[in-house]
Design a binder for this molecule. Structure first.
Ligand code: GLN
Length: 291
């Protein structure tokens, strides 16, 4: 703790106030400094956030304060909270994260919801392309234990991470494999293919700001207009789609028109985009029929 900070009390409430101020004033560009502080302190104390509210006057040990301050300093330098505490909650699951993959985002829950709303056969075969932490595949498995779900990722580390998340969440029926999109997949037909592929424009200034600076570019960007992988997936998925099967993709909120037109030029039908709570179209889906 620096000299100036010696005036800060050593109790939970004072430490949280101190940290929230530090993070707000820093270059982290966090819009959730209070929540960030609570997540970090709860991690140091190995407790739930509710404990911090119940015991605001509890005095921290020197070791706890040191660990907390070191994490706050890393947060101030921009490191994502999920990397500092090692996990991110997504859907009903707690998922380990690492710098090999994208940190699961709340907006991707819209993709999970859209997939769950489909009327599929009870033992539907489902493929998650670029599964990362396994967030989408595992959430679907949690809700639909009978679905036969495969997640692929081109990163070996991501596959290891997803497998470990499957075990931690007792969802080990999901099969994870290393494959660069479809390259290592045998010929087979799925009832549903889902993906949150990289879709940020290669030169987007967004990539220089905030938490994304600490995530792998390969999970974020895809060519000049961000649509290279989406074009590839829509075209290459066709031989893997059962008659009338669905492909659902997450994309940027200004990419919906282009994504629908890529679906259209690949002869998909019933093409639609779905908006999130803010009215932003972040998901598009379509059906494919093998004529
Ligand atoms: N939605 C992510 C973001 O805005 C981008 C993730 C992606 O490219 N799939 O950071």
């Amino acid at each position: 703790m620096s000299k100036a900070d010696l005036s800060v009390g050593f109790d939970i409430a004072a430490q949280l106030r101190w940290a929230a101020n530090e993070i707000t004033d820093s270059a982290a560009q966090s819009d959730s400094a209070i929540l960030d502080s609570k997540l970090l302190l709860a991690y140091c104390l190995n407790c739930e956030q509710s404990y911090l509210h119940t015991w605001p006057e509890k005095i921290l040990t020197e070791g706890q304060i040191q660990q907390f301050h070191s994490l706050v300093a890393q947060r101030m330098a921009g490191h994502p909270i999920a990397h500092l505490v090692g996990y991110r909650d997504f859907w009903t699951l707690r998922l380990q994260v690492s710098n090999a993959t994208l940190i699961p985002r709340p907006e991707t829950e819209l993709l999970v919801e859209s997939a769950l709303a489909l009327a599929l056969v009870p033992q539907a075969k489902v493929l998650d392309l670029g599964t990362g932490t396994g967030a989408i595949a595992l959430s679907l498995a949690f809700e639909k234990p009978e679905w036969q779900i495969t997640g692929i990722d081109k990163s070996h580390d991501a596959v290891t991470l997803a497998r470990s998340n499957a075990v931690l969440n007792k969802l080990d029926a999901v099969s994870f494999r290393q494959s660069d999109w479809f390259s290592q997949l045998d010929a087979q037909l799925f009832d549903l293919i889902v993906s949150n592929p990289p879709y940020v424009e290669q030169h987007s200034p967004y990539l220089q700001q905030g938490d994304v600076r600490f995530e792998p570019l390969s999970a974020l960007t895809s060519g000049d207009d961000g649509l290279d992988d989406i074009r590839f997936i829509i075209a290459q998925a066709k031989p893997y789609l059962n008659d009338g099967a669905y492909l659902i993709l997450e994309h940027g909120y200004q990419q919906d028109v282009q994504v629908r037109s890529i679906f259209e030029s690949n002869a998909y039908v019933e093409i639609q985009s779905i908006a999130d709570f803010n009215g932003l179209p972040r998901i598009s889906m379509a059906k494919f029929y093998q004529k």
